[in-house]
Design a protein around this ligand. Structure first.
Ligand SMILES: *Cc1c(COP(=O)(O)O)cnc(C)c1O
Length: 459
């Protein structure tokens, strides 16, 4: 029986797939928060290099992957596609389960798939230094790795509570030569203003984004090497870079002689899910019957309980307004262990496809995710990131549903990363310290009040 399918290096996809070209409903533009008018590329120029801004707004269906980018992606790509045979035998359900292993990258997740091209485009644009934020450190470590590969400086603002509690990803960043400081910091206006109000602030992703953006836009004036900001999820060009996952998976499934009935991923900002699902959604838009599920935590239910609205990407309100599913930019989710899924917004592309009925969002409880992760480790062997466990829980739900309905199903899941730096979360689970936490509706309503008076997107 086939257990894993590798592609040769020369079979790596040479183009990314841009779903913007095939959207059934056209995307609504980001707005300038001051004027309420659509922003133009020049508004973003202090923050991102123009070549990435062009990708952000591109309507081209296929975009060439530069050779220099392919050269770096080949360090770990094409990634293997596995058949989860041991899990199938354990579940005894009429399903075939395939998973794309994105844990084989140097940083251990899908995130280097976009870190590498983002740093490359900055480099060819003449940028010498990149600022970014990180929560638990997955994105900071991916960007540090990519900056090191291309010889750029990296400055990472890491949410303070994670900086103190989770040293290992910070040490990965340092090993790749990056500077990582706790946020809020005294190095930016945004950080200083938060610390003035609360010297013991644990920080949040929204605050760290504000600091990293400020770092980029003030670098020239402050005599630092030319700097731009980089975001690891949510934006269109990030979804684009991640489509290499689904494009490879399609080729691999073809070799296996299969095609999925169901595609599943976990969604924080939406990028690993989109990367796996968008190439299959292209077929769904063209009429193919296929179910596409995005799994999120009940404690940060952006897609299932948030509203589709224009909102800021950050807490200090420095970013443009994006049309997306959101819990409000001031929302601070419960400290669950899936740090990568604790973001108040969702990628605009994913949000629009939910509205169009092409993507099915699903919230999952924390204990169910860890149970799924432990079942996975004790069958397939690999230890998954807590984020990834949300997708695995959805896989098990669908397998059981197939059995109840007496239908045979083929499932593809994106295994977004390994959990070898997250074992403290497994420890807490084994010690019975984790609980299920569902965001109460009145707290959600309260957080959404922050959006009163904002421009509304068309529904
Ligand atoms: C960051 C992360 C996620 C969530 O981010 P997306 O942009 O939604 O993919 C999921 N899984 C892993 C392993 C991550 O590191």
């Amino acid at each position: 029986m086939t257990v894993k399918i590798f592609l040769n290096e020369d079979e790596i996809p040479r183009q990314w797939y841009n779903i913007a070209a095939d959207m059934p409903t056209p995307m609504q533009p980001p707005l300038h928060p001051g004027t309420g008018q659509p922003i133009g590329p020049e508004d973003l120029a202090p923050v991102f290099p123009m070549n990435l801004i062009e990708q952000e707004v591109s309507q081209e269906r296929w975009i060439d992957i530069p050779d220099e980018v392919l050269d770096k992606l080949l360090i770990w790509r094409p990634s293997p596609l596995y058949r989860a045979v041991k899990l199938e035998q354990h579940l005894q359900c009429p399903v075939k389960i395939y998973y794309k292993n994105e844990g084989v990258s140097p940083a251990g997740s899908h995130k280097p798939n976009t870190a590498i091209p983002q740093v490359y485009y900055n480099k060819v644009f003449g940028i010498k230094r990149i600022s970014t934020e990180t929560g638990a450190g997955q994105w900071g470590s991916a960007l540090s790795f990519a900056c090191n590969q291309f010889g750029l400086e990296a400055k990472v603002y890491m949410v303070r509570i994670s900086f103190e509690q989770k040293p290992y990803r910070r040490l990965m960043m340092n090993t790749w030569g990056a500077t990582c400081i706790p946020s809020p910091s005294t190095e930016t206006e945004a950080g200083r203003s938060i610390l003035a109000k609360d010297p013991n602030s644990p920080g949040s992703l929204g605050i760290a984004i504000s600091e990293a953006v400020e770092d980029a836009v003030t670098s020239e004036a402050q005599g630092r090497p030319s700097t731009r900001y980089s975001l690891g999820s949510v934006l269109n060009h990030v979804m684009l870079h991640q489509t290499i996952i689904g494009l490879e998976a399609k080729k691999q499934l073809k070799i296996a002689g299969d095609y999925p009935d169901i595609v599943i991923g976990c969604a924080g900002g939406g990028s690993n899910f989109a990367g796996c699902a968008f190439p299959f959604l292209a077929d769904k838009i063209a009429g193919k019957e296929i179910q596409v599920i995005a799994a999120e935590p009940f404690s940060c239910p952006t897609m299932t309980k948030g509203i589709f609205a224009y909102d800021f990407g950050d807490t200090v309100q420095m970013t443009p307004l994006l049309p997306m599913h959101t819990l409000g930019h001031s929302f601070i989710p419960a400290p669950i262990h899936a740090g990568g899924l604790r973001y108040h917004g969702m990628a605009p592309l994913v949000s629009q496809l939910i509205l169009d009925g092409l993507i099915e969002p699903r919230a999952i409880h924390q204990l169910e995710t860890f149970n799924a992760g432990v079942t996975w480790a004790r069958t397939e062997g690999f230890i998954s990131a807590p984020e990834t466990n949300h997708a695995l829980a959805a896989v098990i739900q669908e397998a059981k549903k197939a059995k109840e309905e007496g239908k045979e199903k083929t499932i593809l899941v994106n295994w977004s990363g390994h959990g070898l730096v997250d074992l403290a979360a497994y420890d807490a689970f084994f010690q019975g310290k984790l609980t299920d936490y569902e965001m109460p509706q009145d707290e959600i309503n309260e957080a959404l009040k922050a959006l009163e008076g904002f421009p509304k997107p068309k529904m």
